[in-house]
Ligand binder design. Structure first.
Ligand code: 4AD
Ligand code: MG
Length: 754
């Protein structure tokens, strides 16, 4: 179904029109818009005020924006926008009316009185809105949508109305007020959905804002809500128990691992149970006379044992916890075998994760049980949140996620720090005495004139046809032509070169995957296996790249502050964390990053050195800045993230765009307090001749990256990208110091990870 909304230019930008466009987009209704004068609109439909809706059968309608929104929704019967069934439809209707009477009308009254100084009106409107918001907040406690389990026009009408109310400062969607916690979650879901953000964007007259074009091509609709039809969890996650007061007074089942088990006088047991869904454990009380399985629970071995507990959730009489579980049935799932030195009997002696604080070094040694510790569990929750935020940021920005290869023949950074992937050592790990094939110069034999002529002809033809690199054959060196790939294969150091091929076709892309470096830097910031996020944008220069990087990093910080509140509070108060962590993060959000060139930074460092600041490495133009210089700039000089640009070409990779001075390249590193470099990026060299020259200058055979050079032959475009070290991001967010504490499982080499 195709329809047209005609309106005055002001009306098309109004919140009323926004509701109609959002409903169209949500229901995949192709809705064009036309601007017209008020008189023309009246001639389309006599009852129309400043908006008129015309259907493709020629019928035209006027009326309130809510009515037109409903009409548009009725053009998409499969969308459930009007609610599923009569009962839901009636609820949807009443919430749409609620949006008008309780928000739109009062906000409009306030707008109409603007500047007239009627303080009493402002006060009474504020009170009304406060009350209406508290009603909504209660309604949203057990549910994510106003009606049913999908977006309806009730969500759209209320979200638009609340957006106007926020603009008038009648409520604050960014506050941390407990009274609006549910409404803020719902509001953020609705207002960040594709259908809402696109409907919100200013659109030129005569364009379609719907998901279907005039040619009938359907683009994306609305992602379905996750519904578990088959999978039913046989327990309630502890986080959900705490989040939902409706469970109080109900019988529920939880499961998890014991953080502590305290016995009181043989008749009472207090189990603190944790299932990893949040940091806080639930206090569960078992009584000998009330709890089935009491004796088994008593002999579980204590901390570390696993249970499924069923009982009634009650408001806790004890201090320090809001609720506790009065256990009716305790099912011991796994006892702790640590009652004797051999671990043959039940008891707590051998379980290494006791409640007392352990050192992080010790926890690395018990990597298989480290996930049971508060620090590691919190780090993993933050890690998950940052991965999700990353995908959300790029997806919502229209980027495509490209999976670049893990095993590759290219060396992106040209630093030769790659791990080889080979089958020449044999596939059996126990193979002994492997001799690697070594290249031998073939014996030169005399060729007849005829044979020489034939070979020359063949070689000439071969050269014309192929620009692929020849394997370098050095007598005495390993002969990789005999290897699985017919050349040396490596674990990737970066997906950038590969992802550039997709940027030069799909325009906005990113890759996010594991990368490997055989660097000789065994520091608390370096791993041999780490994950990297690498966006690549076409039709973009260095400034676009830096803007994207700053937006992305700030989004991750904002997401963590909002969605990892419990874990950030934990890190802030943990002996392993950082005091003032959340203030540091808020500071990152609130201030623009400092941007300056490498040359300007060197001048600052040289001056500091001359003034007596002790650096191990003397700062001078041309050096690769060590971490002490990077940290000095962001911790001592600017006290916030710093973006350094235009580095000397000699210390950066071959693919970076040469600046006009011929000395520097359009690179940008982002440095943050505590860590130093968190992001490295650049505008790419898109001019073929310059790229080939840079390869040769950097000692790289252009043939080794022939396809990368080739891209510059066919429709080359300016493009740029960056790489963010994922584990460094987690350090930055959690305040932890050692990168080995934010990876799921460290490898052992003695006690350290290399
Ligand atoms: O600066 P790098 O080496 O840049 C690249 O790999 C580019 N190809 C990225 C691009 O433009 N697409 O690495 C990018 C980031 C660094 O800023 C750092 O955060 C992280 O990756 N990183 C490491 N993280 C942990 N351990 C290591 N050994 C790391 N090496 C780099
Ligand atoms: Mg770098």
């Amino acid at each position: 179904m195709v329809a047209t909304l005609t309106g005055t230019p002001e009306a098309l930008k109004s919140s009323g029109a926004q509701k109609i466009f959002a409903a169209a987009k949500c229901g995949s209704v192709s809705l064009a818009q036309k601007s017209a004068s008020a008189d023309d609109i009246k001639s389309i439909c006599a009852t129309a005020d400043d908006l008129a809706l015309t259907l493709d059968n020629g019928a035209s309608f006027g009326g309130s924006s809510s009515f037109l929104m409903k009409l548009v929704a009725s053009l998409a019967p499969a969308s459930s926008l009007l609610g599923n069934g009569d009962k839901d439809a009636a609820h949807v209707d009443s919430w749409v009316t609620y949006a008008t009477t309780n928000f739109e009308v009062v906000v409009n009254a306030l707008k109409a009185s603007a500047g007239k100084g009627e303080a009493s009106l402002v006060d009474s409107v504020k009170k009304d809105v406060d009350y209406s918001i508290s009603v909504l907040n209660c309604h949203l406690i057990p549910t994510g949508y106003m009606v049913g389990d999908k977006v309806t026009i009730a969500d759209i009408a209320l979200a638009v109305a609340l957006q106007s109310a926020a603009e008038e400062k009648l409520w604050d969607p960014a506050s941390d007020d407990e009274k609006t916690v549910n409404i803020r979650k719902w509001f953020s879901t609705i207002t960040s959905a594709d259908f809402f953000t696109a409907a919100d964007a200013p659109v030129a007259a005569e364009t379609s804002v719907a998901t279907s074009s005039a040619e009938g091509v359907t683009f994306n609709g609305v992602a379905p809500a996750v519904k578990n039809k088959l999978y039913k969890r046989n327990r309630i996650r502890i986080k959900e128990v705490f989040a939902n007061p409706a469970y109080i007074g109900q019988e529920i089942t939880v499961a998890g691992w014991t953080r502590t088990l305290r016995k009181a006088g043989g008749k009472l047991l207090f189990i603190e149970l944790n299932d990893g869904s949040c940091g806080t454990s639930i206090q569960c009380t078992c009584e000998a006379s009330e709890t089935e399985g009491f004796e088994d629970a008593k002999k579980s071995g204590g901390t570390g044992s696993s249970f499924q507990l069923t009982g009634t959730l009650i408001e806790s009489p004890a201090d320090g916890q809001a609720v506790e579980l009065k256990v009716r049935v305790a099912k011991l799932l796994g006892a702790v075998y640590g009652g004797d030195p051999k671990g043959e009997t039940v008891g707590g002696m051998l379980y290494p994760v006791s409640k007392k604080a352990h050192t992080l070094e010790f926890m690395r040694e018990i990597a298989h049980l480290r996930p049971r510790t508060s620090v590691h569990a919190a780090a993993m929750r933050v890690r998950h949140a940052m991965a999700y935020a990353t995908h959300k940021f790029f997806h919502d920005n229209g980027f495509l996620y490209i999976h670049t290869p893990i095993v590759t023949c290219a060396d992106c950074e040209g630093a030769g720090e790659q791990f080889a992937v080979t089958t020449m050592l044999g596939t059996d790990p126990h193979t002994k005495d492997v001799t690697l094939p070594v290249y031998e110069e073939p014996e030169k034999k005399e060729l007849s004139k005829k044979e020489l002529k034939r070979l020359a002809k063949k070689n000439a033809k071969g050269k014309q046809e192929s620009n692929k690199p020849e394997e370098v054959k050095i007598p005495g060196a390993v002969d990789y032509t005999k290897d699985f790939f017919g050349r040396r294969g490596n674990l990737t150091v970066s997906g950038q070169l590969n992802v550039e091929t997709h940027a030069c076709a799909l325009s906005d892309v990113y890759t996010f995957g594991p990368t490997f470096r055989a660097e000789n830097s065994h520091t608390a910031r370096h791993l041999s296996e780490f994950w990297m996020i690498e966006p690549e944008i076409a039709f973009a220069d260095l400034e676009d790249d830096i803007n994207l990087a700053e937006d992305y990093l700030k989004y991750c910080v904002e997401y963590a502050l909002e969605m990892c509140a419990e874990d950030l509070e934990f890190f802030e108060n943990s002996p392993h964390g950082e005091k003032g962590l959340r203030d540091r993060l808020k500071n990152v959000l609130e201030n623009p990053f400092k941007r300056l060139t490498y040359t300007e930074a060197i001048e600052i460092l040289e001056k500091a050195y001359a003034d007596g600041v002790e650096f191990e490495v003397k700062p001078e133009w041309g050096i690769d800045l060590p971490s002490e210089h990077e940290r000095y700039l962001c911790e001592n000089v600017f006290k916030k993230p710093v973006v350094l640009t235009n580095y000397p070409k000699e210390i950066k990779a071959f693919y970076m765009k040469l600046d006009e001075d011929g000395k520097t390249v359009s690179a940008a590193d982002i440095l943050v307090p505590k860590i130093g470099e968190i992001i490295g990026g650049s505008q790419r060299e898109h001019r073929k001749e310059v790229l080939v020259e840079r390869c040769i200058e950097m000692g790289l055979d252009p043939k080794a990256v022939w396809w990368y050079v080739d891209l510059r032959k066919f429709g080359t475009v300016p493009h740029a990208g960056f790489g963010l070290g994922f584990e460094r991001l987690i350090l930055f967010i959690t305040g932890l110091d050692n990168i080995r504490d934010v990876i799921p499982f460290p490898r052992w080499a003695g006690n350290a990870e290399f």
